[in-house]
Design a protein around this ligand. Structure first.
Ligand code: ATP
Ligand code: MG
Length: 373
């Protein structure tokens, strides 16, 4: 492997990369053509999720940066942006970076691994654009048919992709919002909804109005961005999103980090204060919050007591059984334990049910209930 070349492509000192390879902080995926490196943690300024393909040349794709969350919106907007703020919809799916490598479209998920399922869905949509523009197309894959994050969007159906960034491969630098949208429009590639570009002073107020509509449609929230994309963005979600995340995660209480729960509970406190809620609204929030914690937990404990496993159901749609096999193999490599359920034909497609196993939760609950495995 050309370690010096890879280090140079990322602006890293070679000894740092060598050290990271030895510690397996950077993982060498050898059973893919071409082989590639995945950054499992940050290495100096290079983010987790960065992937470097060792093909005809070296193709480095920088990790997608973490987006800071606002708990209490207004002062954070004041402190974080310039004259104007772009307010975009935050969609609830999974993060994808698609790009062209040796003339081929590839799609990686947040951690930096190539996902064969997502690649075959996105290649037709992005081929023409990527042939002419050497960007990383960052977007959210959403819908009800994927093995990762299921959320129903009327405009998405089973699978859809909405772009939120066009970035330079090696540096990760993003195009300004307006320029990004102009370019995407030229190619008929869907972008996430842009609600508007507002003067900073009125932005928080606009956001609370937008959130009301989003909540009523069960949509996640917003991401606030500097229109020039030179300042870091901020995310903010509806209360309904916070509680539905909790309802979901408390189905598998031992499979999520404690931070996941804590952060979502805390958000509710700040939001109630910033929205100046009266006693009735506050009690209503408390009821929703409590239910989102307790009800799913009770359901799962009952399920395990009845001898079932804690598991998460997904549905995928593929063009061939080889594609399905490749996806299952990929999930196994990611350390995801899954059981293939029913598979059936629908027109040209195969539809399959995949049940992701939540062993930590199943085992721990079984043990606490005094049941044998
Ligand atoms: P992070 O690691 O950034 O904290 P996370 O994995 O906890 O994120 P989220 O809380 O969903 O994920 O928030 C960030 C993610 O939101 C992004 O990685 C991206 O996939 C997604 N996203 C959806 N819509 C947008 C948008 N309009 N702009 C930027 N990101 C968006
Ligand atoms: Mg998300």
């Amino acid at each position: 492997m050309d370690t010096a070349g890879v280090a140079a492509a990322l602006g890293l000192e070679p000894w740092r990369l060598e050290g990271a390879l030895k510690r397996k902080t950077v993982f060498h995926v050898r059973d893919f053509q071409p082989p590639y490196l995945v950054f499992k943690k940050d290495v100096s300024h290079v983010e987790r999720g960065t992937a470097v393909f060792l093909g005809e040349g070296i193709t480095a794709v920088r990790g997608f940066p973490k987006i800071r969350r606002a708990f209490y919106l207004e002062p954070m907007v004041e402190a974080s942006f310039g004259r104007e703020v772009a307010v975009e919809e935050k969609m609830n799916g999974y993060n994808v970076r698609a790009f062209s490598m040796d003339g081929r479209v590839l799609a990686v998920t947040r951690g930096g691994y190539v996902c064969p399922y997502t690649t075959s869905k996105l290649a037709p949509l992005l081929e023409e654009f990527l042939a002419g523009h050497d960007y990383v197309v960052c977007g959210e894959a959403v819908g009800t048919e994927n093995p990762y994050a299921v959320h129903r969007y009327p405009e998405a159906g089973g699978f859809a992709f909405f772009v939120f960034d066009l970035r330079e491969k090696a540096t990760g630098r993003a195009l300004p919002v307006r320029e990004r949208n102009r370019l995407l429009e030229d190619y008929g590639i869907p972008a996430v909804r842009l609600f508007g570009i507002y003067p900073r002073e009125v932005c928080a107020r606009e956001v609370f109005a937008i959130l009301e509509d989003l909540a009523s449609e069960d949509r996640e929230g917003v991401v606030l961005k500097d229109p020039e994309m030179t300042l870091p963005p901020i995310k903010y979600t509806t209360s309904r999103t916070n509680t539905s995340d909790l309802r979901y995660a408390f189905r598998f209480p031992y499979d999520y980090g404690r931070d996941f729960f804590f952060s979502r509970i805390i958000r509710e406190g700040y939001q109630a204060v910033e929205m100046e809620e009266d006693d009735a609204a506050l009690r209503e929030r408390a009821r929703r919050l409590g239910e989102s914690i307790l009800l799913p937990m009770v359901e799962t404990i009952r399920r395990v007591r009845a001898g079932e496993n804690a598991e998460e159901e997904h549905r995928v749609r593929v063009g061939s059984l080889e594609e399905l096999e490749a996806l299952l193999e990929h999930l196994r490599q990611m350390g995801v334990e899954c059981v293939l359920g029913e598979v059936w034909e629908e027109g040209e497609d195969y539809v399959a049910e995949i049940r992701r196993q939540k062993f930590r939760s199943s085992d721990k609950i079984r043990a606490n209930l005094g049941l044998e495995r």
